[in-house]
Design a protein around this ligand. Structure first.
Ligand code: DX5
Ligand code: ZN
Length: 223
Protein backbone atom coordinates (compact mmCIF):
# COMPACT_ATOMS: atom_id res chain seq x y z
CA UNK A 1 0.00 0.00 0.00
CA UNK A 2 1.30 3.39 -1.02
CA UNK A 3 1.31 5.66 2.04
CA UNK A 4 3.44 8.78 2.26
CA UNK A 5 3.89 10.71 5.49
CA UNK A 6 4.33 14.47 5.24
CA UNK A 7 5.11 16.06 8.62
CA UNK A 8 3.97 19.70 8.72
CA UNK A 9 6.64 21.93 10.25
CA UNK A 10 3.96 24.39 11.33
CA UNK A 11 3.95 22.63 14.70
CA UNK A 12 7.75 22.26 14.90
CA UNK A 13 10.09 24.36 17.02
CA UNK A 14 11.27 26.95 14.49
CA UNK A 15 14.39 27.66 16.56
CA UNK A 16 15.64 24.17 15.79
CA UNK A 17 14.06 23.46 12.46
CA UNK A 18 17.04 21.56 11.05
CA UNK A 19 17.03 19.10 13.95
CA UNK A 20 13.25 18.70 13.78
CA UNK A 21 13.43 17.88 10.06
CA UNK A 22 16.28 15.43 10.61
CA UNK A 23 14.24 13.67 13.30
CA UNK A 24 11.19 13.08 11.11
CA UNK A 25 13.42 11.98 8.25
CA UNK A 26 14.95 9.36 10.54
CA UNK A 27 11.38 8.34 11.31
CA UNK A 28 10.70 7.78 7.62
CA UNK A 29 9.07 11.03 6.49
CA UNK A 30 8.54 11.01 2.73
CA UNK A 31 7.97 14.75 2.31
CA UNK A 32 8.29 17.88 4.42
CA UNK A 33 5.04 19.86 4.36
CA UNK A 34 5.62 23.61 4.48
CA UNK A 35 2.65 25.86 5.31
CA UNK A 36 2.83 29.35 3.85
CA UNK A 37 0.22 31.83 5.17
CA UNK A 38 -0.30 35.48 4.28
CA UNK A 39 -2.71 36.86 6.90
CA UNK A 40 -5.30 37.48 4.17
CA UNK A 41 -6.51 34.15 2.81
CA UNK A 42 -6.07 32.75 6.30
CA UNK A 43 -5.90 34.65 9.59
CA UNK A 44 -2.29 33.74 10.32
CA UNK A 45 1.21 34.48 9.11
CA UNK A 46 4.04 32.03 8.69
CA UNK A 47 7.01 31.85 6.39
CA UNK A 48 8.17 32.79 2.91
CA UNK A 49 10.70 31.70 0.29
CA UNK A 50 13.77 32.62 2.39
CA UNK A 51 12.91 30.02 5.02
CA UNK A 52 12.06 27.44 2.34
CA UNK A 53 15.52 28.03 0.84
CA UNK A 54 17.15 27.32 4.19
CA UNK A 55 15.04 24.21 4.74
CA UNK A 56 16.01 22.98 1.28
CA UNK A 57 19.67 22.99 2.32
CA UNK A 58 19.08 20.53 5.14
CA UNK A 59 16.11 18.42 4.01
CA UNK A 60 16.83 15.12 2.28
CA UNK A 61 13.23 14.54 1.17
CA UNK A 62 11.17 16.73 -1.22
CA UNK A 63 9.47 19.90 0.00
CA UNK A 64 5.68 19.97 -0.29
CA UNK A 65 4.76 23.67 -0.21
CA UNK A 66 1.16 24.54 0.70
CA UNK A 67 0.35 28.13 -0.27
CA UNK A 68 -2.48 29.53 1.83
CA UNK A 69 -2.16 32.91 0.20
CA UNK A 70 -4.04 35.25 -2.10
CA UNK A 71 -2.47 35.77 -5.53
CA UNK A 72 -0.21 32.71 -5.43
CA UNK A 73 0.77 33.31 -9.09
CA UNK A 74 3.02 36.15 -7.92
CA UNK A 75 5.14 33.82 -5.83
CA UNK A 76 5.36 30.56 -7.80
CA UNK A 77 8.82 31.32 -9.23
CA UNK A 78 10.18 32.29 -5.83
CA UNK A 79 9.02 29.10 -4.14
CA UNK A 80 10.30 26.90 -6.96
CA UNK A 81 13.67 28.67 -6.89
CA UNK A 82 13.72 28.21 -3.13
CA UNK A 83 13.39 24.45 -3.54
CA UNK A 84 9.74 23.36 -3.62
CA UNK A 85 9.11 20.01 -5.33
CA UNK A 86 5.33 20.32 -5.24
CA UNK A 87 3.17 23.42 -4.87
CA UNK A 88 -0.43 23.44 -3.67
CA UNK A 89 -2.60 26.43 -4.49
CA UNK A 90 -6.13 26.96 -3.19
CA UNK A 91 -8.98 26.70 -5.66
CA UNK A 92 -10.86 29.37 -3.66
CA UNK A 93 -8.49 32.19 -4.65
CA UNK A 94 -7.99 31.34 -8.33
CA UNK A 95 -10.45 32.43 -11.02
CA UNK A 96 -7.94 31.15 -13.62
CA UNK A 97 -7.03 27.90 -11.93
CA UNK A 98 -6.20 26.13 -15.19
CA UNK A 99 -3.60 28.76 -16.04
CA UNK A 100 -2.02 28.56 -12.60
CA UNK A 101 -1.74 24.77 -12.81
CA UNK A 102 0.01 25.05 -16.17
CA UNK A 103 2.32 27.72 -14.76
CA UNK A 104 3.35 25.45 -11.87
CA UNK A 105 4.03 22.57 -14.27
CA UNK A 106 6.03 24.83 -16.59
CA UNK A 107 8.33 25.54 -13.65
CA UNK A 108 9.10 21.82 -13.48
CA UNK A 109 7.40 20.93 -10.20
CA UNK A 110 4.29 18.99 -9.26
CA UNK A 111 1.01 20.88 -9.43
CA UNK A 112 -1.45 20.40 -6.61
CA UNK A 113 -4.78 22.05 -5.82
CA UNK A 114 -5.99 22.46 -2.26
CA UNK A 115 -9.70 22.50 -1.43
CA UNK A 116 -11.27 23.91 1.73
CA UNK A 117 -13.87 21.98 3.77
CA UNK A 118 -16.76 24.09 2.48
CA UNK A 119 -15.72 23.99 -1.18
CA UNK A 120 -17.60 21.36 -3.20
CA UNK A 121 -15.69 18.65 -5.07
CA UNK A 122 -17.15 19.81 -8.37
CA UNK A 123 -14.77 22.80 -8.23
CA UNK A 124 -12.02 20.37 -9.28
CA UNK A 125 -13.86 18.69 -12.11
CA UNK A 126 -12.56 20.69 -15.07
CA UNK A 127 -8.91 20.48 -13.99
CA UNK A 128 -8.81 16.99 -12.47
CA UNK A 129 -6.99 15.45 -15.43
CA UNK A 130 -4.22 18.07 -15.23
CA UNK A 131 -3.35 17.61 -11.57
CA UNK A 132 -0.50 15.78 -9.89
CA UNK A 133 -2.12 15.98 -6.46
CA UNK A 134 -5.26 17.12 -4.65
CA UNK A 135 -4.81 18.48 -1.12
CA UNK A 136 -8.01 17.92 0.83
CA UNK A 137 -8.27 20.26 3.80
CA UNK A 138 -9.86 18.42 6.68
CA UNK A 139 -9.84 21.52 8.88
CA UNK A 140 -10.27 25.17 7.95
CA UNK A 141 -6.77 26.27 7.03
CA UNK A 142 -4.80 28.66 9.19
CA UNK A 143 -3.77 26.82 12.31
CA UNK A 144 -2.37 23.54 13.52
CA UNK A 145 -3.98 21.45 16.22
CA UNK A 146 -7.60 21.69 15.06
CA UNK A 147 -10.14 18.89 15.15
CA UNK A 148 -10.59 16.74 12.04
CA UNK A 149 -13.88 17.47 10.24
CA UNK A 150 -15.57 14.04 9.84
CA UNK A 151 -17.19 14.78 6.50
CA UNK A 152 -13.70 14.98 4.96
CA UNK A 153 -13.60 11.20 4.76
CA UNK A 154 -16.51 10.97 2.32
CA UNK A 155 -15.07 13.95 0.44
CA UNK A 156 -11.85 11.99 -0.12
CA UNK A 157 -13.95 9.15 -1.53
CA UNK A 158 -15.75 11.55 -3.87
CA UNK A 159 -12.46 13.04 -5.07
CA UNK A 160 -11.03 9.55 -5.56
CA UNK A 161 -14.04 8.72 -7.76
CA UNK A 162 -13.74 12.00 -9.68
CA UNK A 163 -10.04 11.40 -10.41
CA UNK A 164 -10.78 7.86 -11.61
CA UNK A 165 -13.59 9.12 -13.83
CA UNK A 166 -11.34 11.75 -15.38
CA UNK A 167 -8.48 9.32 -15.89
CA UNK A 168 -6.26 11.29 -13.52
CA UNK A 169 -3.35 9.69 -11.71
CA UNK A 170 -3.21 12.48 -9.13
CA UNK A 171 -2.48 11.52 -5.55
CA UNK A 172 -4.81 12.58 -2.73
CA UNK A 173 -3.29 14.31 0.29
CA UNK A 174 -5.22 15.03 3.48
CA UNK A 175 -4.29 17.88 5.81
CA UNK A 176 -5.70 18.80 9.20
CA UNK A 177 -6.37 16.83 12.35
CA UNK A 178 -4.73 13.70 10.97
CA UNK A 179 -3.48 11.34 13.65
CA UNK A 180 -3.17 7.65 14.51
CA UNK A 181 -6.89 7.36 15.20
CA UNK A 182 -8.06 8.30 11.69
CA UNK A 183 -5.02 7.53 9.47
CA UNK A 184 -6.15 4.09 8.33
CA UNK A 185 -9.66 5.26 7.47
CA UNK A 186 -8.27 8.08 5.34
CA UNK A 187 -6.02 5.69 3.44
CA UNK A 188 -8.96 3.36 2.91
CA UNK A 189 -10.98 6.30 1.57
CA UNK A 190 -8.33 6.95 -1.08
CA UNK A 191 -5.72 9.29 0.42
CA UNK A 192 -2.09 8.37 -0.11
CA UNK A 193 -0.33 11.32 1.54
CA UNK A 194 -0.99 12.08 5.20
CA UNK A 195 0.00 15.53 6.48
CA UNK A 196 0.40 15.75 10.24
CA UNK A 197 1.62 18.66 12.33
CA UNK A 198 0.65 18.36 15.97
CA UNK A 199 0.39 14.53 15.84
CA UNK A 200 4.12 14.52 15.03
CA UNK A 201 5.76 17.72 16.30
CA UNK A 202 3.37 18.09 19.21
CA UNK A 203 4.84 14.94 20.74
CA UNK A 204 8.10 14.61 22.67
CA UNK A 205 9.54 12.27 20.01
CA UNK A 206 8.73 13.34 16.41
CA UNK A 207 10.89 10.54 14.97
CA UNK A 208 8.86 7.88 16.74
CA UNK A 209 5.57 9.67 16.04
CA UNK A 210 6.34 9.59 12.31
CA UNK A 211 6.91 5.83 12.45
CA UNK A 212 3.77 5.35 14.54
CA UNK A 213 1.59 7.31 12.13
CA UNK A 214 2.70 5.15 9.22
CA UNK A 215 2.19 1.98 11.26
CA UNK A 216 -1.31 3.10 12.22
CA UNK A 217 -2.15 3.94 8.61
CA UNK A 218 -1.02 0.50 7.42
CA UNK A 219 -2.03 -1.73 10.32
CA UNK A 220 -5.67 -0.80 10.64
CA UNK A 221 -6.04 -0.70 6.87
CA UNK A 222 -5.32 -4.41 6.99
CA UNK A 223 -2.08 -4.25 5.04
C1 DX5 B 1 -3.38 24.08 8.53
C2 DX5 B 1 -2.18 23.57 7.78
C3 DX5 B 1 -1.77 22.22 8.21
C4 DX5 B 1 -1.41 22.11 9.67
C5 DX5 B 1 -1.93 20.77 10.12
O1 DX5 B 1 -3.84 25.23 7.94
O2 DX5 B 1 -2.41 23.52 6.39
O3 DX5 B 1 -0.73 21.69 7.39
O4 DX5 B 1 -0.05 22.18 9.95
O5 DX5 B 1 -1.76 20.69 11.48
P1 DX5 B 1 -2.43 19.52 12.35
O6 DX5 B 1 -1.87 18.23 11.82
O7 DX5 B 1 -1.96 19.83 13.73
O8 DX5 B 1 -3.89 19.63 12.17
ZN1 ZN C 1 -0.89 22.42 5.15
Amino acid sequence: MNVRIAPSILSADFAKLGAEIAAVERGGADLIHVDVMDGHFVPNLTIGPAVVRSIKKVAKVPLDVHLMIEEPDRYLDAFVEAGASMISVHVEVLPHLHRTIQAIKALGVKASVAINPSTPVVALEEVAADLDNVLVMSVNPGFGGQTFIPRSESKIRAIHALLAREGSRASIEVDGGVDRSNAARLIEAGATILVAGSAIFGTPDPEHATQELRAAALAKAGV
